[in-house]
Design a protein around this ligand. Structure first.
Ligand SMILES: [Zn+2]
Length: 58
């Protein structure tokens, strides 16, 4: 049985998710969590980029 590196649970199947540009093998629930965290990180990065862009134009 494969073991999830995130929560340490043994699961039938691990899914590969990309977090911070790295592939991670996680169980389904951890993968979902990681995916939502990644979406939040991308969102805040976009905000920072907009701020930088705004400053650059002044
Ligand atoms: Zn897990």
């Amino acid at each position: 049985m494969p073991t999830c590196k995130q929560c340490g649970e043994e699961v039938d199947e691990l899914v590969t998710v990309k977090v911070d540009g790295k592939n991670k093998r996680l169980c389904e629930s951890c993968a979902e969590e990681a995916a939502s965290e990644d979406a939040v990180a991308e969102e805040s990065e976009a905000v920072v980029q907009r701020m930088m862009d705004f400053k650059g134009r002044r």
